[in-house]
Design a protein around this ligand. Sequence first.
Ligand SMILES: NC(=O)c1ccc[n+]([C@@H]2O[C@H](COP(=O)([O-])OP(=O)(O)OC[C@H]3O[C@@H](n4cnc5c(N)ncnc54)[C@H](O)[C@@H]3O)[C@@H](O)[C@H]2O)c1
Ligand SMILES: CC(C)=CCC/C(C)=C/C=C/C(C)=C/C=C/C(C)=C/C=C/C=C(C)/C=C/C=C(C)/C=C/C=C(\C)CCC=C(C)C
Length: 610
Amino acid sequence: MAILSQSTPPMALIHSFHCVPHHKTLEFSSLTPNYSKSVSLTRFEGFELQRRKKLGKFKERQTRIGRGATKSVLSVEKNVSRSDSGNEKRETYDAIVIGSGIGGLVAGTQLAVKGANVLVLEKYVIPGGSSGYYEKDGYTFDVGSSVMFGFSDKGNLNLITRALAAVGCEMEVIPDPATVHFHLPNNLSVLVHKEYNDFITELTNKFPHEKEGINKFYGVCWKIFNALNSLELKSLEEPLYLFGQFFQKPLECLTLAYYLPQNAGAIARKFIQDPQLLSFIDAECFIVSTVNALQTPMINASMVLCDRHFGGINYPVGGVGGIAKSLAKGLLDKGSNIMYRANVTSIILEDKKAVGVKLSDGRELFAKTIISNATRWDTFGKLLKGNELPKEEEDFQKVYVKAPSFLSIHMAVKAEVLPSDTDCHHFVLEDDWTSLEKSYGSIFLSIPTVLDSSLAPKGHHILHIFTTSCIEDWKGLPQRDYDAKKERVADEIISRLEKKLFPGLKSAIVFQEVGTPKTHRRFLARDDGTYGPMPRKIPKGLLGMPFNTTAIDGLYCVGDSCFPGQGVIAVAFSGIMCAHRVAADMGLEKNSPILDAGLLKLLGWFRSMA
Ligand SMILES: NC(=O)c1ccc[n+]([C@@H]2O[C@H](COP(=O)([O-])OP(=O)(O)OC[C@H]3O[C@@H](n4cnc5c(N)ncnc54)[C@H](O)[C@@H]3O)[C@@H](O)[C@H]2O)c1
Ligand SMILES: CC(C)=CCC/C(C)=C/C=C/C(C)=C/C=C/C(C)=C/C=C/C=C(C)/C=C/C=C(C)/C=C/C=C(\C)CCC=C(C)C
């Protein structure tokens, strides 16, 4: 993953942000919850209001709020309730979402579609978090995510496509003929073709003595994937849905329940003996979980090891940032709002219930439900600082630690340095398998311009290089030493790529920007810049991973420190689950309070066994 370097001038970002027409819409919406009714409308805002009226939002909102009559145009967007005596009480949204990562945006849009009045608060100037973008000198860089699962037009697991479709958005995508090209120790080179049979042929040619084991291991992955793909995916914390799925698809649900506490490495070892092939499977898991196969939940491994062949990896035209932009636009189209430069510093509790948030500029905003897309470490360690850490969160922290962050290099090069048949994504670990999980041990490389040349000026490519790195390595350095270290470490990484893949790389560089874990912490508001949760030791599969409800009434979490963990498609699923559970609690979906209490207790008990 990579992110804007600390040297990226924020104004450059803001500028490019304003250049995109529908971003103005976002700016308008960011005004609505807080500006007084006397604010006069610009031509654009007037147009936006007309558009919303056309969408029927005005009428809808009046009907639903009932007594929340509105006088002026801007107050149409407000959800101001009145007491019986007619006095205005504080304005209350149905839900406030802290953070506009894909997890937060999916939760927000799904709720908006169900009729809730949602406000998303984003600390930064654009939406997307790790799935954001930035523009510089004619290049469009993906901040982090660039390998997109769940973006096809078939099955039930195309969660990105579905999340966009829910708000009436569709994006053009470019199918990648391969997921990743592995360059591994002992000159083992494996290209993961989109076509499953081509991939299996390539792997069995490298390990002919393990042909049966290879087919059996990936065969189990398919069994799990097919079970997942047969379900309608909603909240596993909602009993009516969960029992309904067990009733309709008993075999598939039992398959998933069986594999829920298992890990990929243990299953691989049932069928495969060759240590180098097992190390390859470690690398397969590492690129999605930052841990080896023994620590990677089998359900997550199956999901990614099969979806890349089933739906394939698809790159959105114009860059990954378009997904968040489209979701943010969809949120507005459904009558909800997003506010940028809105840094939530604390969650307000009343009678132990989450009722609102406080922003760094002192404003307080209130909602029936608060959803945090910040990591659990940020949510409970910072936004709820001073409150006792709930037992459930203590247990979570016993099982999971913060995964390291990344050192990232966003680079532009002259096109001629890359051979014409260069693949889009590469994973490089040169000499020693034991370096797989070490800081700077392995290198991730994405070249999105191989698929979408519109991301760079003609005759140029974008390279997006990243490697794991801990914040401890970068703390306490005087600025000069910090800058020098960034340059030195980046230079070492680039030299390795030059030696392994692209001779002459250094002399072809036209632009380069380096981000460290501190950069990730600063721009993504993630504690220590962490990539997400990582099991302390061998976990019981996904059993210990919390869902969306928390021990605090009215507070839900979404994103990668919730089930099923890291990954854009994973956080999209967490958003769908969260929105379903919240909607059930709000009465926007069917619910059963008695069954709820029973299931939540049962799930809590399961987690305590992890
Ligand atoms: N496929 C890939 O190549 C790849 C690469 C990098 C990241 N990713 C994935 O993206 C996932 C992260 O998605 P996510 O939705 O969990 O979160 P996220 O970190 O992407 O987004 C969280 C958002 O919340 C905002 N935020 C945090 N605290 C805030 C506060 N107090 N006030 C206001 N805003 C605040 C941040 O600015 C950020 O925009 C990771 O799991 C990772 O796997 C994928
Ligand atoms: C509840 C109980 C107890 C029981 C019941 C049973 C059942 C029914 C169950 C069910 C389950 C389910 C539904 C589940 C689901 C799951 C899912 C969906 C999952 C998903 C996952 C995903 C993932 C993990 C993903 C990931 C991804 C990623 C991380 C990616 C990344 C990438 C990167 C980093 C890039 C690379 C690059 C290069 C190489 C360059």
